[in-house]
Design a protein around this ligand. Structure first.
Ligand code: 8YV
Length: 327
């Protein structure tokens, strides 16, 4: 019997592609060419499965052009690149990579918070530019992490990881807002108190966004929300670009309506709003929150394992939808 045909649509670890070749007839993309939606659709026309990442849109038009496609395995926990309804209607399985990146991403969220509050990149640029000629009492004075109030919007696994780091490691008071409240046991574990979004924005010294991107979470933070925040507050976004109105944020940063922001994700990335590139009080990183070698390997392996288990008949390991009939 011939093997299922798989497209590995972005470059991943070569040994994990080799592992897939033991099970499948694989077309890979070792040079990591960024295909247009039409080029991706053409490559998927004869494929049974695809290993993809958050930057490739899987929608109804693509599914129509790929009539054999049965499973899309995302190498990401977020799957806003999937039109889940279209996939479910077409009988196409979707999977993601939860859990394996939780602690690494929470580490990064905390690192970005600290770099932002303590003005690390701004001060490094100053030093590298040869501007450091003397000590002064207020040079790059930032805001404290320890003992401050941490507000987390989106209290899934990564949000809980950040809460624990803040509460247990830095003695922060943790407040959170989420679609639903955590169980009392989880609230106690995270030492976190549920509050409304407005109260969180008004009272937090540091606001961290870890909410999935959906139509409902689009521009969770815009000009009105930024206006509620303390002028001394910092904002960190490790969720998805569209959660924040980047143009409104650039204005708030330039006018010092909030003190600083740390951003790992951007609307329209890899393009970054030009005004964010010119304001000094923002730390910018290129969507690397899950980027450690062990975690990226675990993500790629889990995406591969989903494909292997699915075609073995064991079902997907970490499904994001449940089509009633599969293609
Ligand atoms: C991925 C992420 O690296 O898992 C996610 O949702 O945002 C990152 O860990 C990225 O989405 C890959 O496209």
């Amino acid at each position: 019997m011939s093997k299922p045909r798989i497209l590995v649509a972005r470059a991943i670890f070569p040994d994990i592609v080799d592992r897939l070749r033991e099970h499948f007839d694989v077309e890979a993309n070792p040079d990591d060419v960024i295909w247009t939606p039409q080029e991706l659709a053409a490559r998927l026309a004869d494929k049974d499965g695809v290993l993809t990442t958050g930057s490739q849109r899987i929608d109804g038009a693509l599914l129509s052009a790929a009539p054999r496609l049965k499973i899309c395995a995302n190498m990401a926990v977020g799957y806003n690149n999937f039109d889940v309804d279209a996939m479910t209607a077409a009988g196409v399985q979707g999977t993601n990579t939860p859990d394996v990146l939780t602690e690494t991403t929470a580490d990064f969220g905390f690192a970005l918070l600290m770099a932002t509050a303590r003005r690390m990149t701004e001060s490094e640029h100053y030093l590298r530019a040869g501007k450091w000629t003397k000590w002064s009492y207020d040079m790059f004075a930032g805001s404290d992490i320890h003992g401050s109030t941490l507000g987390i919007i989106g209290m899934g696994r990564i949000g809980q990881g950040i809460a624990k780091r803040g509460a247990h490691g830095f003695g922060m008071k943790v407040i959170y807002h989420n679609r639903s409240r955590l169980s009392p046991a989880l609230e106690a574990e995270c030492k976190a108190t549920y509050v409304g979004k407005e109260e969180l924005l008004r009272t937090a010294d540091h606001v961290v966004l870890v909410v999935p991107y959906t139509a409902a979470s689009h521009h969770t933070i815009g000009a009105a929300e930024l206006a509620l925040m303390k002028p001394t507050a910092t904002l960190v976004n490790i969720a998805r670009g569209g959660i924040v109105d980047d143009a409104a944020l650039a204005v708030a940063l330039r006018e010092r309506r909030i003190a600083a922001a740390g951003l790992d994700v951007f609307e329209g990335e890899p393009s970054v709003h030009p005004d964010l590139l010119t304001v000094p009080n923002v730390v910018l990183t290129p969507h690397i929150a899950s980027a450690t070698v062990p975690t990226r390997r675990a993500m790629a392996n889990l995406a591969a394992d989903n494909l292997i288990a699915f075609f073995d008949g064991r079902g997907p390991l970490t499904p994001v939808n449940q089509p009633s009939t599969l293609r």
